[in-house]
Design a protein around this ligand. Structure first.
Ligand code: TRP
Ligand code: SF4
Length: 516
């Protein structure tokens, strides 16, 4: 099983799938992950659990480990806690009916909105048309349905923003700008695009990059994108592109040369030890630091290259400074930055060294100047990742296998039946179940409780789990209870969908595409 990083006996459902091969993240492939651990090790997704104690009123999907990973979510939390602006955005490809998997993302958007975030939900109609070949009529029908469910679940239209990619001119302009920062080889290596890939598909990726940066168009702010891990390649590219749009880079330096972060660490240590070797500790020389490092005798590669760099700099003094690199700044912006830097500074062709600014102050200043001179000043977007639900028939949940998933539009009676017919983690016989307990961790029905049916009630989720693994709960009754809950959830949700219809009609989003 894949939930091995689980601590204590907390109910922690996981994807259920075992037998991991290589994990590949493909935004247009199958939505399943065989081994979540690999996402941490191979892709550098960070564990959500480590942040959990710092989340104010965490959502139950966070508490139950359904939201298992993130990239750089801390700035969003900070903003949330300090009542500063932040945003949440996610997008939906209108390829079918919304189902209980989409509900996870709807809930994530709504929760962030309730925590004070600017909330955005978009319809990825360009992507659905380009990558999945749906007609505009189909897209319109599905889009409306996604939006009804989103509103029915509590999205606040007054405070939030809805748009469809095809109708958002500002978005297209931003996509165009971002597209100028990436080239085809990059797409080929990230997405496996090749000579057969059509240009609209590429354009839909660039559009998604713009979606992800869109909440920051007015002003830069921490922004979280809740998605499944299959979307992580998009997140990584968007983080890169947001960085490439910046006017200035900010780094730390010790002399005129550039060094990578590892070398900088070695050089910083040498600087800190200057009393030990410098003839004048107020003015340690690069070559003195090089000699001292050599005498210390650490002979790893980083130290060796740091020594070489320092030797080459010779008698140049070693002195910490923050450095602004000119990346994409206009001449006016570069001049503007020079003026804006307080205290001692030195101006070079393509960079400026400042001696009286901390790194943090420098980053803030770089962003301010960039904004003043017409740049975006993007912060790298953050993400959170949720687990994929296991299909009710075992295996993955797939929209092409109706019995494997529950659509939010399913007739409540059908929903009831699907749960009743679901695969379980139960034993062959009731006796065995009483003796050994059920395998809740591998049970799609338990997943339904944890992801949806238990709602905010942790005690109930835990009760089901404990009773199951303790052998007190038998699958027949357990499924009956789940099926009833599912039925009332669907009834209730569908009633709410009807109630919000007028709201949706009045919303600013275009419900009918002029395209054919
Ligand atoms: N590509 C996403 C999907 O396959 C949809 C999407 C479009 C999206 N733009 C987005 C998701 C921006 C998150 C953020 O469903
Ligand atoms: Fe799944 Fe319930 Fe059976 Fe446990 S008792 S295996 S949770 S259906």
């Amino acid at each position: 099983m894949t939930g091995d990083h689980t601590t204590s006996g907390e109910p922690r459902p996981d994807g259920g799938a075992t037998g991991a091969d290589d994990v590949a993240l493909d935004p247009w492939g199958s939505s399943s992950v065989s081994d979540y651990e690999k996402l941490f090790e191979e892709f550098g997704i960070e564990e959500f659990d480590e942040l959990l104690p710092d989340v104010p009123n965490p959502h139950y999907l966070m508490r139950r480990g359904v939201i298992f990973g993130h990239r750089d979510y801390r700035p969003v939390l900070e903003a949330m806690r300090n009542d500063e602006p932040f945003a949440v955005l996610s997008g939906f490809m209108p390829t079918g009916d919304p189902h209980i998997g989409h509900k996870l993302v709807f809930d994530e958007i709504i929760w962030h909105q309730q925590q004070g975030g600017d909330a955005y939900a978009l319809i990825a109609d360009l992507e659905a048309h380009a990558a999945r070949g749906l007609s505009w009529a189909e897209i319109d029908e599905h889009s409306r349905s996604y939006l009804l469910s989103l509103l029915a679940l509590g999205f606040d239209l007054e405070e939030g923003t809805l748009y469809r990619q095809s109708e958002n001119r500002e978005l297209q302009d931003l996509a165009f700008e971002l597209g100028a920062q990436a080239n085809f080889s990059e797409f080929a290596s990230i997405y496996g695009f090749d000579g057969e890939t059509d240009a609209s598909h590429i354009q839909s990726v660039v559009t998604q990059m713009a979606d992800i940066c869109y909440p920051q168009l007015e002003e830069p702010k921490p922004t979280v994108i809740p998605v499944g891990p299959d979307q992580d390649p998009h997140i990584r590219l968007a983080r890169d592109l947001a960085g490439r749009m910046r006017y200035f880079g900010v780094t730390t330096a010790y002399a005129s040369f550039e060094a990578d972060p590892a070398e900088l660490e070695v050089i910083a240590a040498a600087y800190d030890a200057r009393e030990e070797y410098a003839e004048d500790p107020d003015l340690p020389r690069c070559v003195e630091a090089a000699e001292w490092l050599a005498a210390e005798g650490t002979d790893d590669e980083t130290t060796a290259s740091a020594i070489e760099t320092l030797e080459n700099a010779g008698m140049e003094p070693l002195r910490p400074r923050t450095r602004f690199l000119d990346r994409r700044a206009t001449d006016e912006a570069f001049e503007g930055l020079i003026d804006a830097i307080d205290g001692e500074k030195r101006v070079f062709e393509e960079h400026i060294d400042a001696f009286e600014l901390t790194r943090g102050e420098a980053e803030e200043l770089a962003r301010e100047v960039e904004l003043e001179y017409g740049g975006y000043g993007f912060l790298p977007p953050s993400s959170i990742y949720h687990r994929f639900m296991t299909g009710l028939t075992g295996g993955k949940m797939s929209s092409s296998i109706p019995a494997s998933h529950i659509s939010l539009l399913d007739d409540p009676e059908d929903g009831y039946q699907k749960v009743k017919s679901a695969t379980t983690g139960g034993r062959e016989t009731a006796e065995k179940q009483r003796e050994l307990g059920g395998k809740a961790d591998e049970c799609p029905v338990y997943e339904l409780y944890a992801y949806l049916l238990a709602g905010d009630d942790d005690e109930f989720a835990k009760l089901v789990y404990d009773e199951c693994v303790g052998g007190e709960r038998l699958c027949g009754d357990c499924k009956e209870q789940a099926a009833q809950l599912m039925k009332s959830f669907l009834e209730d949700h569908q009633e709410k969908r009807e109630e919000v219809e007028e709201l949706l009609e009045a919303a600013e989003i275009e419900l009918e595409s002029p395209r054919r």
